[in-house]
Design a protein. Structure first.
Length: 284
């Protein structure tokens, strides 16, 4: 039976849902745990032309400039896919978003803080780290914070296990939406927020045109192909390492046999190394 809801973490579906500023604002206010007086009141999507070129597949899904109630501006980067060297990439993205502001003529005093939000379906950190974790720079001894401009929030959807009746907060509702809707038959009765209910409606498969659904499938296939490619590259690298290690082992054996005065013919037979390579070793 066809699922009612599409996967909202799919690149195309994610952009369809969160291109709506009201939804993005609701999600950020809930996930950032912003209190009254510091909630986000304005946001704008930063044009891709204003971002550094990270290469294919390396740009954030969304880059946002937001303003809170206190008048502070900061940049939010949204990532929704785990990649190789994931944590290093996240630090690279956040640093690039921070330093790239200077390329647009902003002085150091005018640099805005950067918060990187990464949403992934698989687990990154150990089990004792919560589903939504917050990472900041602190003094090692005093645990005081003096460096405020770059911080990270990781959302590990695989750790979210609350059932419909356990959803208590806006954050719970958004996490449920991101992790469960394609398996659900209807939005949970516990979710009353119209913004989130609108997000459910937005990923309902029957509300997509044929062209939009094709784009969704292409994005899914591209992600699957990327995963297969990375696995294949890892396999080739592992095999190459084994082969290189085996050759190095044969070379060490050949060197030992040469030092013991064994004939080149015997070493060739024992190691399968070519005569020219063994002769080259004998001259070292």
């Amino acid at each position: 039976m066809t699922a009612r809801y599409l996967d909202p973490t799919n690149d195309v579906a994610f952009k369809r849902v969160f291109s709506d500023k009201t939804r993005m604002q609701s999600f950020l206010n809930s996930i950032l745990h912003l209190e009254e007086g510091s909630r986000i009141v304005e946001l704008e999507f930063i044009s891709p032309e204003e971002l550094p070129d990270f290469g294919i597949g390396k740009k954030a899904v969304f880059d946002l400039k937001v303003k809170d109630e206190a008048g502070n501006y900061y940049v939010v980067e949204m990532q929704n896919r785990k990649e190789d060297s994931f944590l290093k990439r996240m630090q690279f993205y956040a640093s690039s978003a921070y330093t790239n502001q200077a390329r647009r003529g902003i002085t150091h005093d005018g640099l805005m803080p950067v918060i990187l939000i990464a949403i992934v379906n698989n687990q990154i950190f150990p089990d004792d780290v919560e589903c939504v974790s917050y990472h900041q720079m602190l003094d090692v001894k005093t645990k005081q914070r003096f460096l405020f401009d770059v911080s990270y929030i990781f959302v590990e959807l695989s750790k979210f296990h609350k059932k419909e009746e356990e959803l208590k907060s806006l954050e719970d509702a958004w996490l449920y939406f991101l992790s469960c809707p394609h398996e659900a038959k209807a939005p949970p009765a516990t979710i009353k927020d119209e913004t989130i209910l609108g997000a459910f409606e937005n990923v309902e498969q029957f509300n997509w045109t044929e062209a939009q659904y094709d784009a969704y499938i292409r994005a899914k296939l591209a992600e699957d192909a990327d995963v297969i490619t990375r696995k294949a590259e890892f396999g080739r690298g592992e095999m190459k390492g084994k082969i290189e290690g085996k050759i190095e082992g044969k070379i060490e054996v050949a060197k030992a046999m040469l030092s013991d005065g064994e004939s080149i013919e015997k070493i060739m037979k024992f190691t399968d190394l070519p005569e020219s390579e063994i002769k080259a070793l004998s001259k070292l």
